[in-house]
Design a protein around this ligand. Structure first.
Ligand code: FAD
Length: 480
């Protein structure tokens, strides 16, 4: 079969997989030779944090191994992306460049400029959708404005969904005739110099094979009960696919197909699970249409919210899991040790930071950014603005989580808290979410001294709730 192009470069970014990879698939069918390339041009304000970089190192390692089994070597470069692409074009005579789209504002800006320059120089450029079920510009209200509410967005998105079978991985990637210069992976310093990643390493396996295995297991069994188990952090009821999805080790199409192959269309567990994939789509959609929302409120009426300026010590206690509120500390310690936190607990710790401590939501977004292995600009910005009440389809500000009650409801037997806050593990269930209230006799029996073995709450839950409501009221009054 005749090929349209002589040599094509496939620029991998956050699509670190061989199956269901539209850019790779097209390049292999359209080019005589294919150069797989990964470029470290990850700088700027939201460059990957430490935990993400750990994941990226191992994901690249896995991709390079899979690629070599297909007869190709992954070329690693750093520096300005356009310059590097031009250099490889000059070395190989490449006449086409392929990539899968990113949707963050800085990436869109960069990719648009690169596309234009390459095309002006006579190189074909072909970009694809590998990360989303629908392109953000395809789903609009009847008046052609972007949706701001999830349910209406998801209804429209689902009605127009064009599901497809996953594209197969290429059996062979035809390498160029001569070997290209490539940097060693160690050059990028993605791993920490002091090894703090043991807890992450023992729990996670980056790479496409691990991701596919996880979907397979989850879609066969756990998804059936997802609607009932997903809110309980001590239960293994969620997929833990988020880092794999962020780095594009799997596609949402593959997830959708895997779930639908195993389950009935009306099955409540899979319906709810797929709607979470919908939230991921919505997060990308919102950031695409409202690019300022990674750093600024969605609605200007929240711009002057009176955040506390003197909260540095409180923020530090929150980061370290030393707030004296067990469910908050359990979540923050789970995050620190494993690079991940259960969604219910993310909502609780975020609410505690922005409402009880009244620290700006960006403090939390930045901490998550550095410590989460699944740190993802659209989902993280949406999660934090949801918690602060200032984003699209956000929780109303006056709905303030009571972390003690959240703990009693979603960690009834205290298993999650006992796991991460062993200092209070011997307390009976009645006090596990309020150790400060344990009578002396109970505390002594549990060999626990409040304020010594474990801190007293750094803020009074009722008073800080009232202060948050008053701050919100002042904002409304100022606006009226
Ligand atoms: P599952 O419950 O198994 O869901 C499956 C997939 O759906 C997830 O992997 C994820 O891709 C998507 N998803 C689920 N819930 C959401 C949601 N609320 N918003 C967007 N996508 C969702 N998710 C990230 O991937 N990266 C982040 O940086 C991130 N930051 C967050 C910050 C805050 C303050 C909050 C409240 C939520 C944040 N989330 C983030 C969303 C959510 O907590 C995680 O996606 C989820 O906990 C990941 O675990 P899982 O893969 O087991 O999820």
């Amino acid at each position: 079969m005749s090929k349209r192009f002589n040599t094509g470069i496939v620029w991998f970014r956050r699509d670190l997989r061989l199956t269901d990879n539209p850019a790779l698939h097209e390049a292999v069918s359209a080019c005589k030779h294919v150069v797989p390339l990964w470029l470290d041009s990850l700088d700027g304000d939201w460059a990957p944090g430490a935990a993400s970089r750990w994941w990226l190192h191992h994901s690249l390692e896995a991709l390079a191994a899979d690629m070599s089994a297909c007869g190709a070597s992954l070329v690693l470069r750093d520096g300005d992306a356009l310059e590097q692409l031009r250099a490889i074009i000059a070395d190989t005579g490449a006449d086409a460049v392929f990539w899968n789209r990113l949707y963050e504002p800085a990436a869109i800006k960069r990719d648009t400029a690169i596309k234009q320059s390459l095309r002006e120089a006579g190189t074909a450029v072909s970009s694809h959708n590998a990360a989303l079920l629908s392109e953000p510009w395809q789903i609009m209200t009847k008046s052609n404005t972007p949706y701001k509410v999830f349910t209406a967005y998801w209804r429209t998105a689902q009605s127009g969904l064009q599901l497809r079978e996953a594209l197969p991985a290429p059996a062979k990637i035809p390498a160029p005739k001569s070997q290209l210069a490539s940097l060693p992976l160690s050059h990028f310093d993605l791993l920490p110099s002091v090894d703090w990643a043991a807890g992450i390493r023992s729990r996670w396996q980056p790479g496409e094979h691990a991701a596919l295995g996880k979907i397979n297991r989850f879609s066969k069994a756990a998804v059936r009960d997802y609607d009932e188990t997903r809110d309980f952090p001590a239960v293994d009821g969620v997929s833990r696919l988020s880092p794999h999805l962020h780095f594009g080790e799997v596609s949402p199409h593959q997830i959708w197909q895997a779930v639908r192959q195993q389950h009935d269309i009306d099955d409540e567990g899979s319906r709810v699970f797929l709607s979470e994939i919908g939230w991921r789509e919505f997060a990308h959609y919102v950031l695409y249409h409202f690019p300022h929302t990674s750093d600024d409120v969605m609605y200007q009426k929240y711009a002057d919210f009176p955040w506390r300026e003197d909260a540095a010590d409180l923020i530090r206690a929150w980061e370290r899991g030393a707030t004296g509120v067990p469910i908050v500390d359990a979540g923050m310690r789970q995050l620190w040790h494993t690079g991940w936190m259960h969604n219910r607990v993310r909502m609780i710790v975020a609410s505690f930071l922005v409402k009880n401590i009244r620290a700006h939501w960006l403090h939390g977004a930045r901490w998550f950014w550095d410590t989460l292995i699944d740190a993802d600009l659209p989902a993280n910005s949406m999660g934090w603005q949801w918690s602060a009440g200032s984003g699209a389809d956000a929780a109303p500000y006056f709905r303030i989580f009571n972390p003690q009650r959240q703990g009693e409801r979603f960690d009834k037997d205290g298993d999650y808290v006992r796991r991460w806050v062993p200092e209070i593990a011997a307390l009976p269930n009645r006090f596990i979410h309020q150790p400060w209230a344990a009578p002396d006799k109970v505390a002594r029996a549990a060999d626990f001294t409040p304020g010594k073995d474990y801190p007293l709450p750094i803020v009074d839950l009722a008073e800080s709730r009232d202060a948050a409501l008053a701050a919100f009221k002042s904002l409304k009054e100022a606006a009226s």
